[in-house]
Design a protein around this ligand. Structure first.
Ligand SMILES: [Fe+2]
Ligand SMILES: [Fe+2]
Length: 219
């Protein structure tokens, strides 16, 4: 088990973590959270595909959510460049591969089973909406019941209002550095803040692009 106490704040600086092998050669993982040491775990990981590697065909029990961070990820349905957000619902299957190599942020087995919508969004082509304060832009990616997922772009030196996370908040930093009063979170840091936690986030000179999920951590 890794990071399965959802009442604790967790920060994982993925660039400081070891990668581990997967059942398929050329595909490596960096574990951020995992419910058990098996291929059937509920997990959040970074996955690196070497150029020319593939993963065995598999069924998504309770869904697979992913964001392409680098390179191009492919399966039999198409080729997905960096910046693509994909949701493969419960009971879908595929055989993924990457010709040039890629890096993915992947969440497995965390769908509400009623949430059966396949989603593919190339975020490079989508419009940004104004955020709640100057300097913030938001791109909604998915919502189902109390769970919301979005990209949030922070201009340099933007400060958000103090706020509380009802149902928790999970963030993966895609670009730049994200900050709050508890620390600094550079590119590829994952943080998970529990139900009713509070903070006041901000950016400094490099700004940030973050992947954010809220409302899904009431367990
Ligand atoms: Fe998959
Ligand atoms: Fe927050």
């Amino acid at each position: 088990m890794l990071n399965q106490n959802f009442n604790e704040k967790v920060v994982m600086h993925s660039s400081c973590l070891d990668t581990i092998s997967s059942p398929c050669s050329g595909v490596k993982r960096t574990l951020l959270e995992r419910s058990e040491d098996s291929e059937y775990a509920i997990s959040t990981t970074l996955v690196d595909f070497e150029a020319g590697s593939f993963f065995d065909e598999h069924i998504h029990d309770s869904g697979e959510e992913l964001f392409v961070l680098e390179g191009t990820f492919s399966d039999e349905s198409g080729d997905y460049a960096a910046g693509t957000y994909i949701r493969n619902p419960h009971n879908t299957k595929h055989k993924p591969f990457s010709k040039e190599g890629c890096k993915l942020f992947v969440k497995l087995r965390q769908f509400n089973k009623m949430d059966n919508k396949k989603i593919i969004i190339n975020t490079s082509d989508e419009a940004w909406l104004p955020g709640l304060v100057d300097g913030l832009s938001v791109m909604p990616l998915h919502n189902f019941e109390h769970e919301n997922t979005a990209l949030v772009k922070w201009k340099p030196n933007t400060r958000f209002t103090p706020h509380q996370h009802f149902g928790g908040e999970e963030i993966f930093v895609i670009q730049g550095t994200f900050y709050d009063e508890y620390g600094s979170y550079p590119k590829y840091t994952w943080l998970r803040s529990p139900h009713l936690s509070q903070h006041t986030p901000y950016t400094l000179d490099d700004g940030a692009l973050i992947f954010v999920k809220t409302g899904h951590l009431l367990r």
